[in-house]
Design a binder for this molecule. Sequence first.
Ligand code: ASP
Length: 351
Amino acid sequence: MKPTHTTGAKSAILLIYTGGTIGMKEDPSIQALRPFNFSQILEEVPELGKFAYRIDSYTFDPLIDSSDVEPSMWLALTELIEERYDDYDGFVVLHGTDTMGYSASALSFMIEGLTKPVIFTGSQLPIGTPRTDGKENLISAVEIAAAKDSEGHAIVPEVCIYFDNILMRGNRATKINSDHFRAFRSPNFPPLAEAGISIRYNEALIRKPVSWGVRPIFHKNLDTRVSILKMHPGITPQIVHTILCGEDTRAVIIETYGAGNAPSKEWFLSIVKEASGMGKILLNVTQCMAGSVNMDIYATGKCLKEAGVTNGYDSTTESALGKLFHLMGLCSSNSEVKSRLECDLRGEISK
Ligand code: ASP
């Protein structure tokens, strides 16, 4: 990893506040937490004023707990970034931690050919509390969003999550802890940067656009007809059939065991074949926290492959969902979706 670069002196950053714990402060009048006014962010985090950047803020209305996130919110975020793309050098999205992995994944697919950083962050403790982790997360996320190389290009032109000193590719990160400050992990891909005394970027891993001078493509069509089937001992044919063959689903993410294995029982495989025969897109991701699907190792995995199940490799479930929404919105044919699912589009899988 290389040490910190000079951060672009006159960078302009748009701070987008969507809701979540980070923007809360204690309101003594009601003795409860409430969102504070983000246009007064400098009063809450005066350290931001020490940067030589212009920092503007945009607050979503209504502010939401991220458990209420819907694809319409990803659309609003994408449209906002598209509208303001030329006015800023980087974007910081303040978001609740609960579904941050889903939102960062979705945005990574919805914006193709990014030339500027989009850094998601949040916190476990409200910014208005003494031991908050929100200040460090916010200040470093802003610094990363503003960081440029000697040619004036963004150092991290990717959708990322910054949390507890680690910068992760957004579509690789997952929430792993509900009460530690280290709430996120990127189990299948190393950090893009680590913050210590300086911010050290792992440049060899950071994706760069094909051309710096071209505006990204903003994909705004999402098809959300996806279900998730988590395999578990005792699962019944009725449940598997309802999920895999349901009329309203175009695709199902199957969270399998280990390296992509599922029961070898006849009833299970015949339902998978039925769904596949109906043209459903079936995507195999592992329940394991780390590692990849390989449907060639065990007979149980091989049967899935033969039944038409697509390999999700080392994708997180969050990323698989965002990728499916995006590809199904883009392609009308399911066979095209299946073949694109196997491609690495935004650094989300290693093959
Ligand atoms: N429930 C909150 C949310 O995800 C938790 C957080 O912000 O960390 O919006």
